[in-house]
Design a protein around this ligand. Structure first.
Ligand SMILES: [Zn+2]
Length: 302
């Protein structure tokens, strides 16, 4: 069954391979970080091996040194739970379940947090790669979050959801799969794309962070003067790209734009002491700028 999941990830990154690890290694700890009145949890859905060879703009030897002498890094696939005084919000939904694979743990993590999926009322998607949207819908095509409104940037929506004839041929299969995952939300009017920088209510803001995909979005949550950003895929290799933010990854849709977005958001986060929650980082972090590099420190309390 490994092939089934790999083909989905392959569809994400076209020719670059993710491989999943054996069941039982997923980090089940999901402590709560208080951000003002908000409660934020990392929900680890899956783990994948990312190959150093995906990196661009760095010598293989240098990358290997930074990743602890290995050619690949075991990397989490995270969603995030944000509880406000009157809303239950998910940012991304993980990869979904694949038999025999270490994926699709989102529901278990929600259960650990005492959250009934039917109580989730808002799902914010950073982008449409399958390791972020796979957990929305069951294999039978049913909503897994029956009462949630699903939101994504209009740019991401317009790229993937337009008429198939307008989508480059090599991406049509992917687009069809994205449409089928979203279909139960679209058909019940629970899917609402938003315009750039739209205020999504209650201290929640979407900020365009294009480059990884055409409509990749960072979500900002503010409460009582504290701020947290869910940064999606602004960074994949924590061991490499904080120290070398100009290093890219070869499945960014625009490498240059992705690098510019990363540096811009990291600089702003370092300056304003904003906590960053990355879909592929093991923990939430705060940044400090040191020359052209960033130093990331895990945040356990804020
Ligand atoms: Zn991702």
């Amino acid at each position: 069954m490994k092939l089934a999941l790999q083909s989905v990830f392959l569809a994400v990154i076209i020719t670059f391979q993710f491989s999943l690890v054996t069941v039982g290694q997923t980090n089940t700890a999901n402590p709560v970080l208080a951000v003002g009145e908000l409660k934020v949890r990392v929900l680890q859905d899956a783990q994948i091996y990312l190959q150093n060879s995906y990196l661009t703009g760095i010598e293989a030897n240098e990358a290997k040194k930074l990743t602890g002498g290995t050619d690949s890094v075991l990397t989490p696939v995270n969603a995030f739970l944000v509880q406000t005084p009157n809303r239950i919000i998910l940012v991304d939904t993980g990869a979904g379940k694949y038999p025999g694979e270490d994926s699709g743990h989102l529901m278990e993590r929600l259960n650990d947090a005492g959250i009934d999926p039917a109580k989730v009322d808002l799902i914010l998607l950073t982008h449409f790669h399958f390791d972020h949207i796979g957990g929305l819908t069951s294999p039978e095509g049913k909503k897994l979050f029956p009462n949630a409104i699903v939101r994504v940037s209009k740019a991401e929506n317009d790229f993937w959801m337009r008429d198939a004839s307008l989508i480059p041929e090599n991406l049509r299969e992917r687009a069809a799969k994205i449409k089928s995952i979203l279909a139960p939300y679209v058909s019940t009017k629970s899917y609402l794309p938003f315009l750039p920088d739209e205020n999504l209510g209650e201290g929640i803001k979407a900020i365009a962070a294009n480059g990884h995909t055409p409509g990749h979005t960072v979500y900002s949550f503010t409460s009582k003067g504290k701020e947290l950003w869910c940064i999606g895929d602004l960074i994949h290799f924590g061991a490499v790209q904080f120290e070398h933010p100009l290093v890219g990854i070869n499945f960014d849709s625009s490498g240059q734009m992705a690098i510019a977005s990363r540096i811009d958001f990291f600089q702003r986060a370092a300056k304003a002491h904003i906590v960053l929650a990355g879909a592929h980082l093991p923990v939430m972090v705060r940044l400090e700028k040191k020359g052209d590099a960033f130093v990331a420190t895990p945040v356990n309390a804020y």
